[in-house]
Write a new protein. Structure first.
Length: 272
């Protein structure tokens, strides 16, 4: 099964994995080199950088050597910082922690914002409890605040915290609020693609920098979407043999094995 990675997504993943450790921006030439190692041509890199600039995620900035480059905007840093908690430390919510509930109302004249609001809540991991009522584990509350404020959607939403009191069993309700079969399929697809990669690395003793980078960045690009599709629901509410913990383990082991070696290729400290 082939896996598709868009240049824009890979660039965001690259900045998230390695760009925040640098004292300055990534030069355009470096972006072209690093994406080229993953099979992305220079025109695609340049056009994707332009789109990310228009979206307010990247800002033009000269490197210390005077070369043209791009740095993360403050909004992009907040987005990536919020994501770190999900991507690198995934865990299941505690049922006793309760739920955050988003209730929104958007005037008909601004209905385009209604669509944007729904799509962002879905991307944050919310499930639809009823029209205009969305629910997620309460631990996602602060990230939800950051996201809605960044997108200037907070004026249309009220957030509440609470517990589910019935009448249906919570596990039954969760299966209506989220498409659990679709989420499980995403985990299984990740495992189909990246578990063999992990086995291959664990069968060898060396960790060459470029090879590590080539395998790590696509794995991270695939994985970073999963903790949003799957908000980490309490285990007792999920079907038996839920694949989420297994895919998290595979990514965690790939991260531990490949991330730092890949950094040597990113910084240019390694040469073949």
């Amino acid at each position: 099964m082939a896996e598709q990675h868009t240049p824009g997504s890979l660039i965001v993943t690259l900045y998230g994995a390695y760009g925040r450790d640098r004292p300055g921006p990534l030069a355009v030439a470096e972006l072209i080199r690093l994406l080229g190692a993953l099979g992305v041509d220079a025109p695609s890199v340049r056009s994707s950088v332009s789109r990310l600039k228009r979206r307010g995620l990247l800002v033009p900035e000269r490197t210390p050597e005077g070369a043209a480059g791009y740095a993360l905007s403050p909004d992009a840093r907040q987005l990536l910082d919020d994501g770190d908690r999900r991507i690198y430390a995934p865990s299941s919510a505690d049922l006793s922690g309760g739920w955050v509930i988003a209730v929104f109302s958007v005037p008909e004249a601004e209905r385009h914002k209604r669509h944007l609001l729904r799509s962002r809540l879905v991307r944050l991991g919310f499930g639809a409890a009823a029209p205009g009522v969305w629910i997620a584990p309460a631990r996602l509350c602060e990230e939800t605040r950051h996201t809605l404020r960044r997108l200037q959607l907070d004026a249309y939403v009220d957030l509440f915290r609470g517990e589910h009191l019935g009448f249906a069993a919570t596990s039954e309700s969760v299966s209506r609020w989220w498409d659990l079969a679709a989420i499980a399929k995403q985990h299984e697809e990740f495992l189909d693609l990246h578990e063999p990669v992990l086995r291959s690395w664990e069968a060898r003793e060396d960790t060459p920098a470029e090879a590590a980078y080539r395998d790590y960045l696509p794995a991270l690009d695939s994985w970073r979407r999963l903790p949003y599709a799957d908000p980490g629901l309490p285990g007792e509410l999920l079907p038996q043999s839920w694949p989420g913990s297994r895919s998290a383990d595979v990514f965690g082991r790939l991260h531990a094995r490949l991330r730092d070696a890949g950094a040597l290729f990113v910084t240019g400290e390694w040469r073949p």
